[in-house]
Design a binder for this molecule. Structure first.
Ligand code: TYD
Ligand code: MG
Length: 460
């Protein structure tokens, strides 16, 4: 065996000796001894003379083969309209979030439409997978099922029969190769097994889906390297205590990365949510200060979400900031701008900001809704229930236009909203909504009734 090395199981950094903390990623107790990994794809140590291959130009000669559409629409949307033949997809998520359920459902839907789908379970016994399928009402679906963990066995099986269209490996952390002494689940094993499976995908034209667990830090456990090997990385997310799940692309060589797929976990598997706004705004009763509805866009779909803020008097020391579903840096910026430009002195208070339903919002256009919720909580002045907000706030305090205003307004109108607070200069058909254009944060404060009301208080 080659000289052993010490590899961080979290980030994959290789160290010459063991230590309690990985200097590369800062993880504690993540370094484990491994036999030195052979270079990717090679077991050979002696020098081999290579074969020549022809170099070609960029013009495609043959049309791209059609994508494999599973029929699970929310899943297909995130992959960019179906899975590309010969590609490899990594699906990550916390244990228990529903990865196995999602994959089984996608494969079953695909197989029911006549596709050749194979599901290899490395974690659960056949009986357990069957039990799950029965619970989801998918027992009759012609998915080929196998329980295996050895990558050579899996490849031998896949190569012997009819070539599958889609193969799912659940999960990559349980798969091991006999060409290596390291234990299953170690970086070296996961990387080598993934590489073999990705190579199989490219060579055979089968699409391979790898399921991977995510560590508490939010990385796909261990093999950051696996993310480079695959064509697409999707994350399946969900907040504890909430039923809905969001599938999000973080990398996709064959499609956009801003589309999300929304599901609800039910007793019979995952239900697709074609209109997520209704779900995220579902139980809105409160007329208390500090909540504002943001008219957002996720990918090509409009999505309304409630942003909740609580501003409370700070105790001793520096004020507390806690954010769920939004960027901490962005909150700090909004607070500073409100303070410096809007005359709303929130900065010294404790501030809590929450995106309802456990959704993560990354759009800058959410600034205005967050600012409105903050001012509302700070002043104790509730915002009218039938109002949505969108617009980006700049450091100067100006409110800047947001893209796709019309789509946002249409969605708000559809869900029964009557008024929209929008950036000045938003020249679109209001879809029946009353538009209240504002130019900067001073206008916003005045509208809500925080600063000396220049234009009177906002009324519903
Ligand atoms: P699972 O797909 O096993 O999660 P993962 O593969 O990501 O670890 O899902 C596990 C959870 O989903 C479990 O807590 C039970 C729940 N569940 C349902 O609520 N309804 C269902 O129909 C199924 C199959 C699972
Ligand atoms: Mg699972």
């Amino acid at each position: 065996m080659a000289k052993s090395s010490f590899t961080c199981q979290s980030c994959g950094a290789v160290h010459s000796k063991w230590s309690g903390r990985c200097e590369a990623c800062g993880g504690w107790n993540t370094i484990a001894e491994e036999g030195a990994a052979p270079p990717l794809g090679a077991g050979a140590t002696k020098r081999i003379k290579g074969r020549k291959f022809a170099l070609e130009d960029l013009k495609t000669e043959d049309a791209a083969p059609p994508r494999r559409v599973t029929g699970l629409a929310e899943f297909d949307r995130v992959t960019g309209g179906g899975i590309v033949p010969g590609s490899a997809i990594l699906i990550g998520g916390d244990p228990g979030v529903g990865k196995s359920t999602l994959i089984l459902q996608a494969l079953a839907t695909y197989a029911a439409r006549g596709g050749n789908a194979v599901y290899i379970s490395g974690e659960e016994a056949m009986a357990q997978v069957r039990l799950r399928a029965a619970r989801m009402g998918l027992s009759d679906s012609p998915v080929a099922l196998g329980a295996a963990t050895n990558v050579e066995d899996i490849l031998a099986t896949l190569e012997s029969g009819k070539r599958p269209d889609i193969v799912a490996i659940d999960s990559i952390q349980t798969i091991w190769t006999g060409t290596m002494e390291a234990a299953p689940g170690t970086i070296a094993q996961v990387r080598t097994a993934s590489f073999d499976l990705v190579r199989y995908a490219k060579a055979s034209g089968a699409a391979v889906i790898l399921v991977g667990h995510v560590t508490k830090e939010g990385q796909i456990a261990g093999p950051k390297q696996v993310e480079h090997l695959v064509d697409a990385v999707l994350y399946f997310e969900g907040e504890r205590g909430h039923h809905f799940r969001v599938l999000r692309a973080v990398k996709n060589r064959f499609g956009p990365t801003d589309e999300i797929g929304v599901f609800e976990m039910t007793g019979k598997g995952l239900a697709e949510i074609a209109n997520p706004s209704a779900l995220f705004l579902g139980d809105r009763h409160s007329t208390s200060p500090g909540t504002a509805v943001f008219a957002g866009i996720e990918g090509t779909r409009p999505l309304l979400v409630e942003i909740q803020a609580l501003v409370a008097a700070a105790g001793y020391g520096s004020p507390r900031r806690a954010v769920v579903g939004w960027d901490t840096g962005r909150l700090a910026m909004i607070l500073a701008v409100l303070d410096a430009r809007g005359g709303v002195g929130i900065s010294a208070s404790d501030v809590y900001l929450n995106v309802a339903g456990g959704l993560k919002v990354g759009e800058p256009a959410a600034d205005l809704a967050a600012a409105a919720a903050l001012i509302s909580s700070f002043t104790g002045q509730p915002l009218p229930r039938e109002t949505v907000f969108f617009g980006e706030i700049s450091l100067s305090g100006d409110v800047r236009p947001a893209p796709q205003a019309e789509l946002r307004l249409k969605e708000a109108a559809k869900l029964g909203f009557s008024t929209a607070v929008v950036p000045a200069g938003t020249k679109v058909d209001g879809a029946g909504l009353v538009l209240k254009p504002i130019g900067d944060v001073t206008d916003l404060a005045a509208l809500i009734g925080a600063a000396s009301p220049r234009r009177g208080r906002m009324t519903a």
